[in-house]
Ligand binder design. Structure first.
Ligand SMILES: [Zn+2]
Length: 183
C-alpha cells in the first residue's frame, strides 16, 4: 500500500509493483519477499485497489474511502439484528437454534449497495452462503433447463431424464424457485 499511496491515480503494471516491493523489502529486512503476487491480489480483493486489467492495478484514494463507507458499523449491525428479532429472515432460525447470524447487504456492495439499516438483513450463515453463491446456482439451473428443452426437442430421452432428475433436486430443495422450469 505504501507504494500505491505514493503513486495514486495511475495505472500501474504488475512488474513495476513487484520490482519495487522486492527491492524495498530486501533493503529494509535483508530478506526476500515471498509471493508478492498473492499480496497484491489480496489488496485488490479487499477493495483497496482497483484492478483495471490483468496485472494492472490502480489506487484511487476516494474509491477506498467509499468502500469503507459501504461496510456496516457495529452499531448498525446491532440495530439490524434487533429489528429482525435476532432471526434469519429466510428460515427464522436464531442463535437458540444453534446457527450463526450474519448481517448481509440486501443489494450487494459491488452492485452499489450502501451500508444503511434499510439495506441490511439478518441471515444465518447457511442462507448467507447460499445467497452469495446464488448467481452460480442460477446459471446451473438455466443451463439444465436449456439442455432439457433441447434434448426434448430432438427426442433424446436419456439426456432429458438426466436433466429432469437434476432439476427435481433444485425444486425439492427450494433453490432458485423464481426460475421457472416447464416440465
Ligand atoms: Zn436461514
Amino acid at each position: 500500500m505504501e507504494f500505491f499511496k505514493k503513486n495514486p491515480n495511475r495505472d500501474i503494471t504488475h512488474p513495476e509493483i513487484v520490482d519495487w516491493v522486492t527491492a524495498e523489502f530486501l533493503k529494509r529486512n535483508g530478506e526476500v519477499f515471498r509471493d508478492p503476487d498473492r499480496q497484491i491480489r489480496q489488496l485488490a480483493q479487499k477493495g483497496h485497489l482497483i484492478k483495471k486489467a490483468k496485472g494492472v492495478y490502480h489506487y484511487d484514494p476516494d474509491f477506498v474511502s467509499v468502500r469503507e463507507l459501504e461496510d456496516f458499523t457495529n452499531a448498525q449491525k446491532a440495530e439490524i439484528l434487533k429489528r429482525d428479532n435476532y432471526r434469519c429472515v429466510v428460515c427464522g432460525r436464531g442463535i437458540a437454534d444453534g446457527v450463526e447470524l450474519q448481517v448481509d447487504h440486501i443489494k450487494p456492495k459491488d452492485l452499489g449497495g450502501e451500508a444503511t439499516i434499510e439495506n441490511g438483513q439478518t441471515l444465518c450463515a447457511q442462507h448467507n452462503f447460499r445467497k452469495k453463491n446464488y448467481k452460480q446456482t442460477e446459471t446451473g439451473k438455466k443451463m439444465f433447463i436449456r439442455l432439457y428443452e433441447l434434448s426434448k426437442a430432438i427426442g433424446d430421452t436419456e439426456t432429458q431424464k438426466f436433466c429432469a432428475d437434476i432439476l427435481e433436486v433444485f425444486e425439492s430443495n427450494n433453490v432458485n424457485g423464481h426460475i421457472e422450469w416447464k416440465k
